[in-house]
Design a protein around this ligand. Structure first.
Ligand SMILES: [Zn+2]
Ligand SMILES: [Zn+2]
Length: 152
Protein backbone atom coordinates (compact mmCIF):
# COMPACT_ATOMS: atom_id res chain seq x y z
CA UNK A 1 0.00 0.00 0.00
CA UNK A 2 2.02 2.92 -1.27
CA UNK A 3 1.56 5.98 0.90
CA UNK A 4 1.35 9.42 -0.61
CA UNK A 5 4.98 10.43 -0.30
CA UNK A 6 6.14 13.91 0.64
CA UNK A 7 9.56 12.78 -0.53
CA UNK A 8 10.66 12.91 -4.11
CA UNK A 9 13.33 10.21 -4.42
CA UNK A 10 14.01 11.15 -8.03
CA UNK A 11 14.74 14.75 -7.11
CA UNK A 12 16.85 13.63 -4.13
CA UNK A 13 18.97 11.40 -6.34
CA UNK A 14 19.38 14.04 -9.03
CA UNK A 15 20.22 16.67 -6.44
CA UNK A 16 22.98 14.42 -5.12
CA UNK A 17 24.29 13.77 -8.61
CA UNK A 18 23.27 10.10 -8.57
CA UNK A 19 21.66 8.29 -11.46
CA UNK A 20 18.01 7.51 -10.85
CA UNK A 21 17.46 3.74 -10.77
CA UNK A 22 14.46 1.69 -9.70
CA UNK A 23 16.44 0.11 -6.88
CA UNK A 24 17.66 3.44 -5.53
CA UNK A 25 14.15 4.86 -5.60
CA UNK A 26 12.76 1.74 -3.93
CA UNK A 27 15.38 1.86 -1.17
CA UNK A 28 14.63 5.52 -0.44
CA UNK A 29 10.91 4.74 -0.29
CA UNK A 30 11.54 1.77 1.99
CA UNK A 31 13.60 3.96 4.32
CA UNK A 32 10.89 6.56 4.42
CA UNK A 33 8.41 3.95 5.62
CA UNK A 34 10.82 2.07 7.86
CA UNK A 35 13.34 4.47 9.39
CA UNK A 36 16.22 2.92 11.36
CA UNK A 37 16.07 -0.30 9.40
CA UNK A 38 18.82 -2.80 8.87
CA UNK A 39 19.73 -4.23 5.49
CA UNK A 40 17.60 -7.37 5.96
CA UNK A 41 14.46 -5.35 6.64
CA UNK A 42 15.10 -3.08 3.69
CA UNK A 43 15.79 -5.99 1.33
CA UNK A 44 12.47 -7.57 2.32
CA UNK A 45 10.65 -4.28 1.77
CA UNK A 46 12.28 -3.56 -1.58
CA UNK A 47 11.69 -7.12 -2.80
CA UNK A 48 7.98 -6.59 -2.32
CA UNK A 49 8.10 -4.04 -5.16
CA UNK A 50 11.08 -5.31 -7.11
CA UNK A 51 11.17 -9.11 -6.77
CA UNK A 52 14.37 -9.38 -8.79
CA UNK A 53 16.36 -7.20 -6.38
CA UNK A 54 19.29 -8.90 -4.71
CA UNK A 55 20.56 -8.32 -1.21
CA UNK A 56 23.81 -7.27 -2.81
CA UNK A 57 22.08 -4.62 -4.89
CA UNK A 58 20.35 -3.11 -1.86
CA UNK A 59 23.61 -3.15 0.04
CA UNK A 60 25.29 -1.35 -2.82
CA UNK A 61 22.56 1.26 -3.06
CA UNK A 62 22.77 1.96 0.67
CA UNK A 63 26.49 2.53 0.29
CA UNK A 64 25.91 4.92 -2.61
CA UNK A 65 23.19 6.82 -0.78
CA UNK A 66 25.26 7.09 2.39
CA UNK A 67 28.26 8.23 0.36
CA UNK A 68 26.15 10.94 -1.26
CA UNK A 69 24.89 12.10 2.13
CA UNK A 70 21.28 11.10 1.48
CA UNK A 71 21.27 8.37 4.08
CA UNK A 72 22.76 8.13 7.53
CA UNK A 73 24.02 4.89 9.01
CA UNK A 74 23.92 4.43 12.75
CA UNK A 75 25.31 1.48 14.59
CA UNK A 76 24.15 1.13 18.19
CA UNK A 77 26.36 -1.35 20.03
CA UNK A 78 25.16 -4.89 19.50
CA UNK A 79 22.97 -3.97 16.53
CA UNK A 80 23.65 -4.34 12.85
CA UNK A 81 23.98 -1.06 10.96
CA UNK A 82 20.69 0.80 10.75
CA UNK A 83 19.84 3.31 8.05
CA UNK A 84 17.70 6.42 7.99
CA UNK A 85 16.92 9.33 5.71
CA UNK A 86 17.10 11.95 8.41
CA UNK A 87 20.55 13.42 7.86
CA UNK A 88 22.42 16.53 8.77
CA UNK A 89 20.33 17.62 11.76
CA UNK A 90 22.61 16.13 14.42
CA UNK A 91 19.71 14.28 16.01
CA UNK A 92 20.26 11.50 18.49
CA UNK A 93 18.74 8.12 19.24
CA UNK A 94 16.94 6.37 22.02
CA UNK A 95 17.52 2.63 21.89
CA UNK A 96 15.56 0.03 23.83
CA UNK A 97 17.86 -2.45 25.53
CA UNK A 98 15.19 -5.14 25.39
CA UNK A 99 13.54 -5.05 21.96
CA UNK A 100 16.01 -2.88 20.07
CA UNK A 101 13.43 -0.26 19.06
CA UNK A 102 15.13 2.93 17.94
CA UNK A 103 13.53 6.36 18.25
CA UNK A 104 14.75 9.75 17.11
CA UNK A 105 15.32 12.49 19.60
CA UNK A 106 16.04 16.01 18.47
CA UNK A 107 19.34 17.69 18.98
CA UNK A 108 19.38 19.42 22.34
CA UNK A 109 20.55 22.81 21.11
CA UNK A 110 19.59 22.70 17.43
CA UNK A 111 23.12 22.92 16.11
CA UNK A 112 26.09 20.62 15.94
CA UNK A 113 27.84 19.66 18.08
CA UNK A 114 25.25 20.02 20.79
CA UNK A 115 27.49 18.39 23.34
CA UNK A 116 31.02 19.34 24.15
CA UNK A 117 33.35 16.96 25.91
CA UNK A 118 35.19 17.97 29.05
CA UNK A 119 38.33 18.18 26.93
CA UNK A 120 38.59 18.69 23.17
CA UNK A 121 42.27 17.68 22.94
CA UNK A 122 42.63 20.30 20.24
CA UNK A 123 39.94 18.76 18.03
CA UNK A 124 37.71 21.05 16.02
CA UNK A 125 34.39 19.40 16.84
CA UNK A 126 31.92 18.74 14.07
CA UNK A 127 29.23 16.69 15.71
CA UNK A 128 28.21 14.58 18.67
CA UNK A 129 26.46 11.28 18.14
CA UNK A 130 24.62 10.29 21.27
CA UNK A 131 22.84 7.01 21.93
CA UNK A 132 20.56 6.99 24.94
CA UNK A 133 19.98 3.46 26.19
CA UNK A 134 16.93 2.46 28.16
CA UNK A 135 13.71 0.48 28.04
CA UNK A 136 10.94 1.57 25.68
CA UNK A 137 7.36 2.24 26.80
CA UNK A 138 6.10 -1.10 25.44
CA UNK A 139 8.82 -3.08 27.16
CA UNK A 140 8.57 -1.21 30.45
CA UNK A 141 4.88 -2.12 30.77
CA UNK A 142 5.51 -5.80 30.10
CA UNK A 143 6.83 -8.21 32.73
CA UNK A 144 10.61 -8.29 32.93
CA UNK A 145 12.34 -10.97 30.98
CA UNK A 146 9.64 -11.37 28.34
CA UNK A 147 10.90 -11.11 24.80
CA UNK A 148 9.07 -8.45 22.79
CA UNK A 149 7.57 -11.09 20.50
CA UNK A 150 5.60 -12.44 23.44
CA UNK A 151 4.14 -9.07 24.45
CA UNK A 152 0.58 -9.89 23.23
ZN1 LIG B 1 11.47 -2.22 23.91
ZN1 LIG C 1 17.27 8.74 13.52
Amino acid sequence: MPLASPLDPTAMLRGAGLRVTATRVAVIEALEQLPHSGVETLVARVEADLPTTSRQAVHHVLGDLAGAGLVRRIEPAGHPGLYELRVGDNHHHLVCQRCGTVADVDCVTGHAPCLTPSETKGFDLAQAEVTFWGVCADCSTSPAGLAPATHA
